[in-house]
Each structure stands twice: as structure tokens, then as C-alpha cells.
Design a protein around this ligand. Structure first.
Ligand SMILES: [Mn+2]
Length: 237
């Protein structure tokens, strides 16, 4: 079976529990839609777990993008413009997006492992298309950006795939299901808090694990949903 999960945000224990819940084996494939780390406690552990699994296909999230921008330039000689851009990204990531805990854990890794993590992030694709059981899926961390009729994938820029909020009231593609994370479903519709949202050919799978303690997952063949929850809420870091 093929499953999709996103926005683990360092919740390693929840992720492990989810894999047990779906009885994930080497015969299955998991799509991970980005934002493995930040805010939650064990981001580097989540990333290394994902790296070590041959049957997990990971996509780039905005948090991986901030991470790579910082890690790539760290310790390098930068000119003034590069230094300013680095400082801005570093502050945005570590102060506003919960990246400090990830960065500190990354710096504890042996150098070759740091390089392997960075190389893994650099190789992440921004979207993935697959057809299963007669349904076409387009998977991306945030989506394909602001709705425009006839907008082609080739018209999308990086920001669309990893940052932009989509319009979930609109059908973007008549014959394709858009599977995305990035925006917790409670933010789109409070009635969907902690649940995967399916409407208008959107499947939004970020159940806000790091905010509300529920990690969701969907089987793409059956559209069956699975959830694991913590007892206590996480506080935002
Ligand atoms: Mn995101």
C-alpha cells in the first residue's frame, strides 16, 4: 500500500507509533510531504529515520528549505549580501519557526553525518505525481500556490510548493487529488481539528501533530485514514 504523512515536526514517538498502527512494512511505500523537524523535540532523529528507509519518498517542506539555507552557508566566508541573507534566514528559522532545537541537535552530529543530512535535504523533490487504483494524485508540501485556472505545474515556483496557502474551497484539478500538508486542518476548518480534510479534490493531511498531538496518515489506494494521538498537548516551541 501507499501512504502519505506530513508535518511530523520532530514528533518521533508519534511517527513510530503511526508506522506500527498502519503495520508499515518494506512492501509498502510512504510519501512524506515535508517538515520533518522544528518545533517538536526530535527533528534530527526523524530526519535520520526517514533517510534510512528505502521505501519512503520524501518531499521538500519549507522547514527543510530554511534548514538547508542555514546549513549550507554555516562556517563559509560570505560577502555582505550573503551574510545579510544568512542572518535573516537564521533568525526566521530559529526564532519564528522553531528551528533552534533542530540546529543545536544538528551541530552535535559528527561532520560526515551533517553532510549526509544536508545532501539528503538538497536532493528532496518539490512534488510527486502518481496514479493508484484509477485515481491520480499530486503530492506537495504546501501545494501549487494561489488558484489560477489553467495554471500548469511548470508555472509553479518553489514558494508555491513549500510556503503558499492554497484555497481549499476551490477545485484546482478536476481529475486529480491534491495531497498536501503545511496548513494544519484545524486552521482551515475547526470542525476538522485533528482529522484529515477531504474536500474539493483536496486531501489535507497535516493534523497539527506538534500543536495538538495528533498525527494523521492516509492510504492512497483506499483513502482510509489513520491517526495516533498523544495524551497531553504539546506547547509551541
Ligand atoms: Mn510547512
Amino acid at each position: 500500500m501507499h501512504y502519505a504523512v506530513s508535518d511530523i515536526h520532530g514528533c518521533y514517538e508519534l511517527f513510530s507509533e503511526l508506522l506500527r498502527k498502519i503495520s508499515f512494512t518494506e512492501a509498502d511505500t510512504l510519501f512524506f510531504l515535508g517538515d520533518a523537524a522544528d518545533r517538536g523535540p526530535d527533528g534530527i532523529r526523524v530526519i535520520q529515520d526517514l533517510m534510512d528507509r528505502p521505501n519512503v519518498i520524501c518531499l521538500l517542506g519549507n522547514h527543510e528549505d530554511m534548514f538547508r539555507k542555514v546549513a549550507k552557508c554555516h562556517g563559509k566566508a560570505l560577502n555582505e549580501d550573503e551574510q545579510n541573507a544568512y542572518d535573516r534566514t537564521f533568525r526566521n528559522w530559529t526564532e519564528r519557526n522553531g528551528g533552534r532545537i533542530t540546529w543545536e541537535a544538528y551541530l552535535q552530529l559528527p561532520r560526515p553525518r551533517q553532510e549526509a543530512v544536508l545532501a539528503w535535504i538538497e536532493a528532496l523533490p518539490t512534488f510527486y505525481e502518481i496514479a493508484l487504483n484509477g485515481r491520480a494524485f499530486l503530492l506537495a508540501h504546501a501545494g501549487v500556490g494561489v488558484y489560477e485556472p489553467e495554471k500548469a505545474l511548470s508555472d509553479c515556483v518553489l514558494h508555491d510548493f513549500i510556503w503558499e496557502r492554497m484555497d481549499y474551497d476551490r477545485v484546482y484539478y478536476q481529475n486529480k487529488l491534491l495531497v498536501t500538508g503545511h496548513t494544519p486542518t484545524f486552521f482551515i476548518d475547526p470542525a476538522c481539528a485533528g482529522r484529515i480534510l477531504q474536500r474539493n479534490n483536496h486531501i489535507v493531511i497535516d493534523c497539527g501533530a506538534v500543536y495538538q498531538g495528533t498525527l494523521g496518515c492516509i492510504c492512497l489506494e483506499t483513502l482510509e485514514t489513520f491517526y495516533v494521538s498523544e495524551k497531553a498537548d504539546h506547547s509551541m516551541v
